[in-house]
Design a protein around this ligand. Structure first.
Ligand code: BLA
Length: 506
């Protein structure tokens, strides 16, 4: 196993954050054996928070360690195979909430302050507000902005960001609501390494996570190894799981004091995050976190609707163009002429900066493109090896020669047409770097202390900028749909022309 000390920028994915073995300071992790309901492990801060000495609690029946009521409820529900729900716990004048989750043969109980309770009417109001205010806006970006505003209103963190992943798990801040004195991070990009795979996977399961105090002292869960299994305990379902020291460093370098992060899931995949920063410690209780979960679920649903709608709209738009192109092809016998000489051209069918038609040895160009020689080479050296459809957003990553024209064709989408080898239509997109802006102060210095470079979003942005050299905006599902149907139409016209030719000969 890797310890935190051995983890660096190159191997983030290997840090075992699910078995970190510590709790955040604001709550106690109590672990009990699901067979006997006796406490098997516990975080050492139990004395500070519940006033129970750690040594006394190990081995105790849960009903004595916490309360009869809590133990009875968990036991009953577990044995009846019902889902476990949080239970209230009162110790002296202090109120807590016991939030259960299951990890193998262990019941993990997060005991945390119940915080200011919201009355049911206000709670209902909140949920209604979420439902009504997250309506269908013009664009996904507007929807994100609305969601950020709502999160700001409900939970009042200093900075709320909606962070969207691309297909390689790099991210971009697509919406932001912040206190006026803070610099804006809207439009900043981050490399995938900033949120490693294990962290993303835990998010998919958990949905919402707070770090209540970035300067907290993590409390070790002891004994460290589960007496039930002889293995480190997986606490990925615990909401109190302590935070990777690397991520803590990252937050400290940003001067962040507390955070709230919530997953936005689209069609079963992590689409993005609601990422909130506060510049001092901040705790929001279980009910508020549930409201946040509700909010992201409503948002995800609307997002799914919106994506379908965007797909349909784009498909409809390109279909209009396709129909006109078909008319041109049937009235003008020369297919290449029909596709590139008139208005619309084949390049109007999807968003692109240029395109090329390669037909019967001729190359026809439209918009911004590599030279004819470069396209010829591309056909011989790359496309000839590929299937009917080929696409990449980074030609450079598979074809070094593309370096010379990355500002014209970093992204390429191509289809082969007709029976004959060597006939292609291709669409190009330039490197996206040129279209990406640095959201805040343009001074791009890494944070250096004692000769060591520290992790900061700004440093991340630089890493990202290096990474996206030669990478274009990604091709979307509806782009493939559009060129796919265009190809079918062309083949159809070609077949018909062949047939007419044969008919006329007979
Ligand atoms: C976790 N990194 C995260 C999380 C976010 C980010 C949102 C989840 C935090 C949570 O669980 O609450 C990243 N946060 C960002 C970004 C912004 C932001 C990009 O606000 C932009 C504004 N982090 C690094 C590097 C490594 C790394 C280089 O930058 C690896 C070496 C690791 N990030 C890392 C780990 C976690 C993490 C391990 C999981 C933390 C945990 O759950 O314990």
């Amino acid at each position: 196993a890797y310890s935190a000390q051995q983890v660096n920028i190159t191997n983030c994915d290997r840090e075992p954050i699910h078995i970190i073995g510590k709790a955040q300071e604001h709550g106690v992790i109590v672990v009990c054996d699901l067979n006997s309901f006796h406490v098997s492990q516990c975080s050492e801060n139990i004395e500070d928070i519940l006033g129970i000495p750690h040594a006394n609690v190990l081995g105790l029946p849960l009903k004595q360690a916490l309360s009869k009521k809590v133990a009875k409820s968990f036991k009953k529900k577990f044995r009846n195979d019902e889902s476990l729900l949080p239970e209230k716990l009162k110790i002296g004048e202090q109120k807590f909430l016991c939030i259960p989750s299951i990890s193998g043969d262990h019941l993990i109980i997060d005991v945390e302050p119940s915080g200011k309770s919201i009355d049911p009417i206000r709670f209902q109001e909140q949920l209604t507000k979420i439902l009504t205010e997250l309506d269908e806006s013009e664009s996904v970006n507007e929807m994100c902005q609305q969601a950020a505003l709502l999160v700001k209103h409900l939970f009042d963190y200093d900075r709320i960001m909606i962070y969207k992943f691309d297909e390689e798990w790099n991210g971009e801040v697509v919406a932001e609501v912040k206190e006026p004195e803070l610099e804006s991070w809207l439009g900043l990009h981050y490399p995938a390494t900033d949120i490693p795979k294990p962290a993303r996977e835990i998010f998919m399961k958990q949905g919402v996570r707070i770090i209540s105090d970035v300067h907290y002292k993590a409390s070790p869960i002891t004994p460290e190894i589960s007496p039930l299994t002889g293995q480190p305990l997986d606490i990925s379902n615990s909401e109190l799981r302590a935070v990777s020291p690397i991520h803590i460093e990252y937050l400290q370098n940003m001067k962040v004091g507390a955070s709230l992060t919530a997953a936005i899931v689209l069609n079963g995949e992590l689409w993005g995050l609601v990422a909130c920063h506060h510049y001092s410690p901040k705790f929001i209780n279980y009910h508020q976190r549930q409201s946040c979960l509700f909010l992201t679920q409503v948002f995800s649903n609307k997002l799914a609707l919106k994506t379908t709608k965007t797909f349909l709209e784009n498909t409809a738009k390109s279909d209009e163009v396709r129909k006109k192109l078909v008319l041109q092809m049937t009235s003008i016998k020369n297919i290449a002429d029909a596709l590139y000489r008139f208005d619309p051209k084949f390049t109007d069918i999807i968003e692109c900066s240029g395109g090329a038609l390669v037909m019967d040895g001729e190359i026809y160009l439209a918009g911004v493109t590599p030279t004819r020689t470069e396209i010829k080479q591309l056909c011989d050296e790359i496309l000839a090896e590929k299937e009917v459809y080929f696409s990449t957003k980074s030609l450079l990553s598979i074809y070094p020669k593309a370096k010379d024209y990355k500002n014209k064709a970093s992204g390429i989408l191509s289809v082969q047409i007709g029976e004959q080898d060597g006939n292609y239509i291709m669409w190009f997109r330039p490197e996206a770097k040129e279209t990406v802006s640095w959201g805040g102060n343009p001074e791009k210095k890494a944070y250096v202390k004692d000769g060591v470079e520290y992790l900061t979003p700004r440093k991340s942005f630089e890493r990202w900028t290096e990474k996206v050299a030669g990478v274009a905006k990604a091709w979307e599902e509806y782009d493939f749909e559009a060129v796919g149907t265009l190809r079918e139409s062309i083949v159809h016209v070609l077949v018909k022309q062949q047939k007419d030719k044969i008919d006329s000969l007979n």
